[in-house]
Design a binder for this molecule. Structure first.
Ligand code: C2E
Ligand code: MG
Ligand code: MG
Length: 761
C-alpha cells in the first residue's frame, strides 16, 4: 500500500482532535464531553486495527497501547462508581497506576533504542526534568492529600505511586525528545499524545486536590487531543520505525532542551524558597529529592565539561594535523620549528630542517590517478617516520612537500647523515594497490645559524631554497643551504624583472647554428638560438633565462618575436642567395608556448609575413611536451602539421618518453642529444645507444640530426652510422645573422667538408 495517503489521514486526525477539543471545552456539556471521549476512544481502536494491518508497528508497541486504552477507559468508567463501597474505590486508582506503569515501560523500551550518540547527557537531562516535575507534584499535589480524612491509606499510596510513575513517564519522555536520533513524525506524535495524557492527569489531580478550579470538560478535552494524536501516530507510516535506532541528527538545536531543563531546575528552587516543609515526611522527601537532583546536575556538569574538553582537543588536533597522513601540518611545524629556535638561542643548540620534495610526484598523479598519489604520500610519510630517530619530527606542509625538524644537531655531518638516511629510505619500492612504484626525493638541508636565521620562516625558506638546488642538480639528491644560494635567489628575481623589459629594450638577439647534411656537406638548415645582451654589458645564457621566461610566461611574447625574426633572417639569406632556397629554419618552442591557444595562428602569421613556406620551418620541442598535458600538446602539434610545419624532438634521449609516444605524436625528426654524441668516440655503450636510436628513427621514417658535434672523430662515427645531419661547434658555433654569409661560404669552400670529415680530397 502507498504511504502518502496514510500520512495525509494522520494529519487529518490531528486536525480533527484539535477541533473536537476546542468544541468540547467551549460547549462545556458533560454529556457531550463523555460522547466525544467515547468517539475518540472508538476512533483510536479503529485506527489501531488499520495501523496494525497496514503499518506493522512493533509487536510490543500496539498491544501496550491497546492495554492502555482498555485500562484507562475502564478506570474512567469505575471512577466515582464506588462512593459507598470504600474498599472498591481503590480499583479505578489502581487502573490509573497500571496505565502509567505501562506507559513508562513502553517508553523505556523505545528510548533504549533511541538514546542517540550521547546517552549520558540525555539521561541526566531527562532525570533533571523528571525530578523537577516530581518535586513540584509532591509539594503541590501529593503532600497536601496525605493523611486527609476522606482518603484511605491504600488510596493515598496508590495515588502517590501513580504520581511518582508520571514523573518517571515525564523523565523517559524527556529523554526520548532530547536524544539526537532522527525524530520521525510518529515519534513526535506519540510524545505529544503522552504529554497530553500527563497534562490531563495533572489537571484532574490538581482539580481533585482543590488546587485549581477548572471545568472537567477542559481536562477531558486534553485527553481527546491525546487520543487523536495517538491515532495519528499509529496511522502515520513512520510508526513502523518507532522502536528503531534512527539516524543521528548531527546538530540538533539545543535551545528547547535548555529551556525545559533549566525550568525543571528553577521550579524546585522556587518551591523551596517560597514554602517551608510542613512536617518531617515533607522535609525528608524534599531533602532526598533535592539530593538526587543535585547529584544529577553535578553528573551532567562533569560530563559536559569533559565532553567540551575532548571536543576542544579534537578540534586543536585536526587543525594541526594533516588529514591524509596524520602528520603535523604546516602551522604546527612552523610553531615546532619556532619553539626549537627559542630553546636553541638559550641553550646554544643547532636545530636543522630538512625540506623534502617527492620527485615527479605530478607524473604519479597524472599517470596512476589521485588515489595512487594519496597512497604514495601516506607510504612516504610512513617511510620517513620509520627512518628517523625519536628526537626528530616529520610533518607534511603541502602537496608532496615534507619537512623534518631535528631540534638538536651536534655537527654538520649529523644533518647530512640524517638526509642520507631519508634518501636511503626511498631505495625500496613503495607497495601500492596498483603495484610497486619507485619514488625518489630531493632534499634541502638548512641548519640554524644566528647570523643568517632569525625566524622559523627563514629556516624553512632556506631549506626550501636548498631543495630547489637539489632538484636542479638532477633530483634524488641532497643540497645543503649556504648563503650563496640566497644571492642566486635575488639574482633570479632581478633576471625575472629585467626579462619583462628585455624585448622592448631590444636586448635580445638571435644567433644561428648551421645544420649540415653529413653526406654532402651542404648547409641544409639553421637553428635559431636566443641571446640576451643586457645594457650593462653582461650576457645571460638561454639556459638561465629561458626557464625563468617559461615559468613567468614571458616566453610567449619572446617566442613569437624569435619566430618572426628567425624566419625573416632565413628569407633574407635565401633572397641574397647565401644559402639554398630550400634551406630550413629550426626554432625552439617551449611547452608553455604550445599550450597558448594563439600559438598556431602566430606561427602561421610569421610564415606569411616572412614569405617562408611552412615546410621550411622546423619546430623543436622536447620530450616533456609529450608527457605533461599530452592531449593539449597533441592538438596543437596536429594543427601545426596541418599547416605544413614540421616537428622535431630536441635533446632526444634525455626525457622519459616512451616509444609509443613517438608513434602517437606527429614527429618528423629526432635530434640526438649532445650528451650521447659526446661519448661516441670513447664509449662503446654510448655508440651502441646512438646506433640504436638511429636505427629506430630510420625505421620510423624520421630525419636524424646529431647535436653537439665537437670533434672530427664524432663526425666520422656518426657518418658511419648513417646519421643524416649534424650540428655542432666543429661545423660552426652559433653566429649572428650578419656573419652567416661568410660562415656558409667557408663551409662550402671546395674540400672544406671533406677535410672536416677527415677524408682526403
Ligand atoms: P638546444 O635547442 O638543444 O640548443 C642547442 C644548444 O647546444 C645551444 O645552446 C647551442 O649553442 C649548444 N651547442 C651547439 N653545438 C654545440 C657543441 O658542439 N657543443 C656544446 N657543448 N654545445 C653546443 P644555447 O644556445 O645555450 O641554448 C641552450 C638551450 O636554450 C637550447 O638548447 C634551447 O633549449 C634553449 N633555447 C635557446 N633559444 C631558445 C628560444 O628561442 N626559444 C626557446 N624556447 N628555447 C631556446
Ligand atoms: Mg634546439
Ligand atoms: Mg638540443
Amino acid at each position: 500500500m502507498k504511504a502518502a495517503p496514510y500520512a495525509r489521514i494522520s494529519w487529518g486526525l490531528i486536525a480533527t482532535g484539535l477541533i473536537l477539543a476546542v468544541v468540547n471545552s467551549t460547549v462545556q456539556s458533560i454529556e457531550l464531553s463523555n460522547a466525544l471521549y467515547l468517539v475518540a476512544t472508538v476512533q483510536l481502536a479503529i485506527a489501531l486495527v488499520i495501523a496494525v494491518r497496514v503499518n506493522k508497528p512493533d509487536r510490543v508497541v500496539w498491544p501496550s497501547l491497546l492495554l492502555i486504552v482498555v485500562l484507562s477507559t475502564s478506570a474512567q468508567l469505575f471512577d466515582g462508581s464506588f462512593t459507598n463501597r470504600p474498599n472498591l474505590q481503590a480499583i479505578p486508582e489502581f487502573l490509573f497506576l497500571a496505565v502509567q506503569a505501562i506507559l513508562a515501560s513502553g517508553l523505556i523500551f523505545i528510548v533504549r533504542r533511541r538514546l542517540g550518540s550521547d546517552p549520558l547527557s540525555v539521561l541526566t537531562d531527562g532525570l533533571i526534568v523528571g525530578l523537577g516535575a516530581w518535586f513540584f507534584v509532591w509539594t503541590v499535589l501529593l503532600q497536601p492529600i496525605i493523611g486527609t480524612q476522606n482518603q484511605t491509606v491504600l488510596i493515598s499510596v496508590i495515588q502517590g505511586s501513580t504520581l511518582v510513575m508520571s514523573a518517571v513517564v515525564l523523565f523517559t519522555l524527556a529523554t526520548l525528545l532530547f536524544g539526537d536520533s532522527m525524530r520521525s513524525p510518529s515519534v513526535s506524535l506519540v510524545a505529544g499524545a503522552i504529554a497530553c495524557t500527563l497534562l490531563g492527569d495533572f489537571l484532574y489531580a490538581a482539580n481533585d486536590a482543590g488546587r485549581i478550579h477548572i471545568a472537567s470538560t477542559f481536562s477531558s478535552a486534553v485527553y481527546v487531543v491525546g487520543l487523536f494524536l495517538a491515532s495519528a501516530a499509529f496511522i502515520h507510516p513512520s510508526i513502523s520505525s518507532l522502536t528503531e535506532r534512527g539516524p543521528i541528527v548531527p546538530q540538533r538545536p539545543l535551545a528547547g532542551r535548555l529551556i525545559v531543563t533549566t525550568s525543571a531546575l528553577i521550579l524546585p528552587v522556587l518551591v523551596l524558597a517560597l514554602t517551608n516543609p510542613v512536617d518531617t515526611l515533607d522535609r525528608v522527601v524534599q531533602s532526598i529529592s533535592i539530593l538526587v537532583l543535585t547529584a544529577a546536575v553535578t553528573a551532567r556538569v562533569i560530563h559536559s565539561v569533559r565532553a567540551n574538553a575532548s571536543t576542544q582537543r579534537q578540534l586543536i588536533s585536526s587543525a594541526q594535523t594533516d588529514a591524509l597522513t596524520g602528520l603535523p601540518n604546516r602551522s604546527l611545524m612552523i610553531s615546532l620549528v619556532n619553539n626549537s629556535l627559542l630553546t636553541a638561542k638559550n641553550e646554544s643548540r643547532q636545530p636543522t630542517v630538512l625540506f623534502i620534495d617527492v620527485d615527479r610526484f605530478k607524473n604519479i598523479n597524472d599517470s596512476l590517478g589521485h588515489q595512487a598519489g594519496d597512497a604514495v604520500l601516506v607510504a612516504v610519510a610512513q617511510r620517513l617516520r620509520n627512518a628517523l630517530p625519536h628526537r626528530c619530527v616529520v610533518g607534511r606542509i603541502s602537496g608532496d612537500e615534507f619537512v623534518i625538524l631535528d631540534p638538536d644537531t651536534q655537527d654538520p655531518s649529523d644533518a647530512m647523515q640524517l638526509a642520507d638516511r631519508v634518501l636511503e629510505s626511498f631505495n625500496e619500492p613503495l607497495t601500492l594497490r596498483q603495484g610497486d612504484v619507485f619514488v625518489s626525493a630531493s632534499i634541502g638541508v638548512s641548519t640554524y645559524h644566528p647570523s643568517i636565521t632569525s625566524t622559523a620562516d627563514d629556516l624553512l625558506r632556506h631549506a626550501d631554497t636548498a631543495m630547489y638546488r637539489a632538484k636542479d642538480a638532477g633530483r634524488n639528491c641532497v643540497a645543503v643551504f649556504d648563503e650563496s644560494m640566497l644571492e642566486r635567489v635575488t639574482q633570479r628575481l632581478a633576471i625575472e624583472t629585467a626579462l619583462y623589459r628585455a624585448l622592448e629594450r631590444r636586448e635580445l638577439r638571435l644567433v644561428h647554428q648551421p645544420i649540415v647534411d653529413i653526406d654532402m656537406g651542404d648547409v641544409v638548415g639553421f637553428e635559431a638560438l636566443m641571446r640576451w645582451h643586457r645594457d650593462d654589458g653582461t650576457m645571460i645564457s638561454p639556459a638561465e633565462f629561458i626557464p625563468i621566461a617559461e615559468e613567468t610566461g614571458t616566453i610567449v611574447p619572446l617566442g613569437a618575436w624569435a619566430m618572426l625574426e628567425a624566419l625573416t633572417h632565413l628569407r633574407g639569406w635565401i633572397t641574397q642567395g647565401l644559402c639554398r632556397s630550400d634551406a630550413t629554419m629550426s626554432v625552439n618552442v617551449s611547452p608553455r608556448q604550445l599550450h597558448d591557444p594563439n600559438f598556431v595562428a602566430a606561427v602561421n602569421e610569421a610564415l606569411l609575413r616572412a614569405h617562408v613556406p611552412p615546410e621550411q620551418l622546423w619546430l623543436e620541442v622536447t620530450e616533456s611536451v609529450m608527457i605533461s598535458q599530452p592531449e593539449q600538446a597533441l592538438d596543437a602539434l596536429n594543427a601545426l602539421c596541418d599547416l605544413g610545419v614540421r616537428i622535431a624532438i630536441d635533446d632526444f634521449g634525455t626525457g622519459y618518453s616512451s616509444l609509443s609516444l613517438l608513434q602517437k605524436f606527429p614527429i618528423q625528426r629526432l635530434k640526438i642529444d649532445k650528451s650521447f654524441v659526446s661519448g661516441v668516440a670513447q664509449d662503446e655503450s654510448a655508440r651502441a645507444l646512438v646506433r640504436t636510436i638511429i636505427a629506430m628513427g630510420d625505421s620510423l621514417g624520421l630525419d636524424m640530426v646529431a647535436e653537439g658535434i665537437e670533434t672530427v672523430q664524432q663526425l666520422q662515427i656518426l657518418a658511419e652510422m648513417k646519421c643524416a645531419k649534424a650540428q655542432g661547434f666543429l661545423i660552426s658555433h652559433p653566429v649572428p645573422p650578419e656573419l652567416m654569409g661568410s660562415t656558409i661560404a667557408a663551409l662550402d669552400a671546395f674540400g672544406a667538408w671533406n677535410k672536416l670529415r677527415g677524408k682526403n680530397s
